[in-house]
Design a binder for this molecule. Structure first.
Ligand code: OOG
Ligand code: MG
Length: 271
């Protein structure tokens, strides 16, 4: 039996970093380097560590591909996770400057603020809810470093699951105020037209299930969801491309409403 040579993690991190700094999409890493999903998490961790060494800070994590809508469109049918960096937080009132990204898209998510360290194995959605200090809503702005958002599971994991920016909603609510997060609805509008609607149940049946999955995956890697982290549980609907001038509004009922306004030219964003 032959085993594949270990990937050159530093070279892959460099490729991703260059795509971000040059705002230019690249081809999938797996087109030239065989990569297992486990190795891909190693690339993601090395990339995040490099950002932290440059002064950034990990403030949470995000699930990816936890809804059927996302899995179908992205043609990857398994969830995954990435890291949220402090530099990604876009204040709610600020427009998104398109020239800072490659081809951004936006998606509505239910967000958890975790009050107690959580690490698997054995973390259940009930344990997640017990450890949740507050729930809120968010909009994630994803920006795959890969051309046309075409990737395999290993590629998207290495690329920190397309993480770019995120916006937090107007309020945090005690979880006891929302009896069932699977019933929280969202209405997504683009330029004044309704695009789609979804409910929390779109996220693995219940968004806390996604956070439990994350805690168990992290536990298996000797990591944990740390106290105070915010967790984006995954896009409830397909993402909407942010083209110049586009206004996207997500309304989540009692969790509030978020508006994203895209400003300026974008190299590769017309969809
Ligand atoms: C991958 C990231 C998916 C989500 O919420 O499902 C994601 C992508 O669609 O580029 O963040
Ligand atoms: Mg997302």
């Amino acid at each position: 039996m032959t085993t594949a040579a270990a990937p050159d993690v530093a070279a892959l991190v460099q490729e991703l970093s260059t795509a971000i700094s040059q705002r230019e999409a690249i081809g999938p890493l797996t087109a030239h380097t065989p990569l297992t999903v486990e190795e891909a998490y190693g690339v993601q961790a090395a990339h995040v560590a490099a950002r932290v060494a440059q002064g950034d800070r990990v403030i949470g994590a995000k699930l990816g591909l936890t809804s059927k809508a996302k899995q179908k469109t992205m043609k990857v049918d398994e969830p995954c996770y990435g890291v949220l960096l402090a530099s990604g937080l876009l204040p709610a009132e600020e427009p998104l400057m398109l020239e800072t990204l490659i081809h951004p898209r936006v998606e509505p998510e239910i967000v958890f603020r975790i009050g107690e360290r959580l690490a698997g194995p054995g973390v259940t959605s009930a344990a997640v809810l017990a450890a949740t200090e507050a729930v809120g809503c968010g909009m994630e702005i994803i920006d795959s470093r890969f051309a046309d958002f075409k990737f395999t599971l290993a590629d998207v994991v290495a690329d920190n699951t397309s993480a770019a920016r995120f916006i937090l909603g107007p309020r945090w609510v005690d979880p006891s105020q929302i009896p069932d997060l699977s019933l929280v609805g969202v209405v997504l509008e683009s330029d004044g037209q309704p695009v789609t609607t979804a409910a929390g149940a779109a996220i693995l049946g219940h968004p806390a299930e996604a956070v439990a999955l994350l805690a168990n995956w992290m536990g298996a890697r000797g990591q944990a969801i740390e106290e105070g982290w915010i967790i984006f549980s995954g896009g409830m609907t397909d993402a909407v491309p942010l083209t110049p001038g586009r206004h996207v509004i997500a309304t989540f009922g009692r969790l509030g409403r978020i508006t994203v306004r895209a400003v300026g030219p974008a190299a590769d964003s017309v969809a």
